[in-house]
Design a protein around this ligand. Structure first.
Ligand SMILES: Nc1ncnc2c1ncn2[C@@H]1O[C@H](COP(=O)(O)OP(=O)(O)OP(=O)(O)O)[C@@H](O)[C@H]1O
Length: 454
């Protein structure tokens, strides 16, 4: 059922009536205007979803009559004309028309063009609303509805304005860096730098000079002074990602900076004072590392401050639909597309076990949207990405579960009977049923006409 209201603007009453008939058959409500003045009056009074506009209208009967109306219309305009005139079509499109239909109008073509324009217009409206929502929502960049995400947001808004150190723990890809950035963004330090250091990715012998900087001549290759990451984070936030990977020698040096608020660059004699807020993250069991002697306990208690624990997606499956929508929206906004995800594909994505957590989900949505070629993501695209994966794609049908189970039982019973040449005792054995149980099912499903072969 189409519930849109369409306005047909044409000076030929017979054509208007015919067009109205075709559109009403498609389920639309239709109003008719014979000139632009009448059209304007209807547009003021009614909410019109689409306008079919003839260009050569009274009083002048020149195309300019219709062309002038196009920019005044909020709803999509499809221009119809007796002349399949390319120039006129281009002028109409330049004036803001959505599409062009040459008379005589083919009713099937009309139905397709109208439907396409309405769907596209609806999607554009949704997209602009979502764009606005993206700007307005202060979800701190942390999408999700779960208890864990909600309490994390609350905690961030309480602790961000303070200088308390924060330790974020949780599995890889669960948003630890986003949380660190949100803390910085909601603090009074937000206009200063947020410096991220991946402690595990920088070789141990380089970490010291990276963090503290160095003076010219401090070591071979130090041909000029270099400011370190700690100094760059002065008055801002230093995010120590994968802090559990920090070599023990560096742990001592970092502890000193945190305790004294100052340090010497490598090869330097002048003390550099800094005012930094420390946010650290790890996916390791840091307390366990302390107990095992791999991580200094004094540093641990210095950086621990307040601990935020992120959860794997498996532990908060209710966040998955919102995350899917969010990543798809971001993709659409960035690429100027209106890609959607079909319900069965959405269900599959929601139920999948995302072992790589939000990072994997995000990458998957972006890849699916890219291979959907501007259309809809279906289970085909999913199969394409997940080939070789033992995951089973289930096609959801409109029928009830009971009905589908019944059909599957019928198929299996028929197949077993065929394989056993209709011998019910053998078929029952194959299906691990009693003969009596099989006969009952056959009766229920009307299969008892299947003959037993001698
Ligand atoms: N709640 C969320 N809302 C929106 N995007 C998220 C959320 N959680 C994670 N992401 C996105 O998922 C990706 C991985 O997140 P992030 O890098 O913050 O994880 P991480 O826990 O720091 O991972 P790692 O331990 O591997 O460094 C990023 O692109 C991030 O934008």
């Amino acid at each position: 059922m189409n519930d849109e209201h369409i306005l047909v603007v044409d000076d030929e009453p017979a054509f208007c009536e015919l067009c109205k008939l075709w559109l009403v058959q498609q389920g639309y409500t239709v109003s008719v205007a014979s000139d632009t003045e009448q059209a304007r009056q209807i547009l003021v009074k009614q909410t019109i979803g689409l306008i079919l506009l003839d260009l050569a209208l009274p009083p002048s009967f020149t195309p300019e009559e219709g062309l002038q109306l196009i920019p005044e219309c909020e709803a999509p305009v499809i221009v119809m004309t007796g002349h399949a005139d390319r120039e006129l079509a281009l002028t109409a499109i330049k004036n803001g028309a959505w599409d062009f239909l040459a008379k005589p109008i083919d009713p099937d073509m009309l139905a397709i063009v109208v439907k396409r324009a309405l769907v596209k217009h609806e999607l554009e409206l949704q997209l602009s609303q979502l764009r606005q929502q993206l700007v307005q929502d202060d979800d701190m960049g942390l999408v999700g509805v779960s208890e864990n995400i909600q309490s994390t947001r609350q905690l961030i808004s309480r602790i961000a304005p303070t200088d308390v150190p924060v330790l974020i723990t949780g599995p890889s890809g669960t948003g630890k860096e986003i949380i660190a950035k949100a803390i910085h963004q909601h603090s009074s330090r937000k206009s200063q730098s947020f410096i991220s250091v991946h402690c595990g990715a920088i070789p141990a012998d380089l970490l010291e000079s990276e963090l503290f900087g160095y003076k010219k001549g401090a070591f071979t290759g130090a041909d000029k002074d270099r400011v370190g990451l700690i100094a760059l984070a002065d008055n801002g936030t230093l995010f120590l990602d994968e802090i559990g990977e920090m070599p023990s020698a560096m742990q001592v040096k970092l502890l000193r900076v945190l305790q004294e608020g100052s340090f010497y660059p490598v090869g330097g004699r002048d003390l550099v004072k800094v005012n930094i807020r420390i946010v650290s993250a790890t996916n390791r069991d840091l307390l366990g590392a302390v107990a095992a002697g791999h991580f200094r306990d004094d540093l641990f208690y210095r950086i621990k401050g307040i601990t935020i624990q992120t959860l794997s997606l498996l532990q908060r499956k209710q966040d998955i639909p919102a995350l899917i929508q969010h990543f798809l929206l971001r993709y659409n906004v960035k690429n100027q597309t209106v890609i959607t995800i079909r319900a069965d594909a959405f269900a599959w994505l929601t139920n999948n076990q995302w072992k790589g957590n939000v990072r994997e989900l995000k990458n998957t949505i972006e890849s699916l949207a890219a291979i959907a070629q501007g259309q809809q993501v279906t289970t085909d695209e999913i199969s394409f990405l997940f080939t070789g994966n033992e995951t089973m794609l289930v096609e959801l049908s409109d029928e009830s579960l009971e009905q589908q189970v019944k059909q599957l039982e019928i198929r299996l019973i028929t197949a077993a009977l065929e394989q056993c040449n209709g011998n019910r005792t053998h078929a029952a054995q194959k299906l691990k049923l009693s003969r009596q149980g099989l006969l009952k099912k056959m009766e229920r499903y009307g299969l008892n006409t299947l003959r037993e072969q001698s």
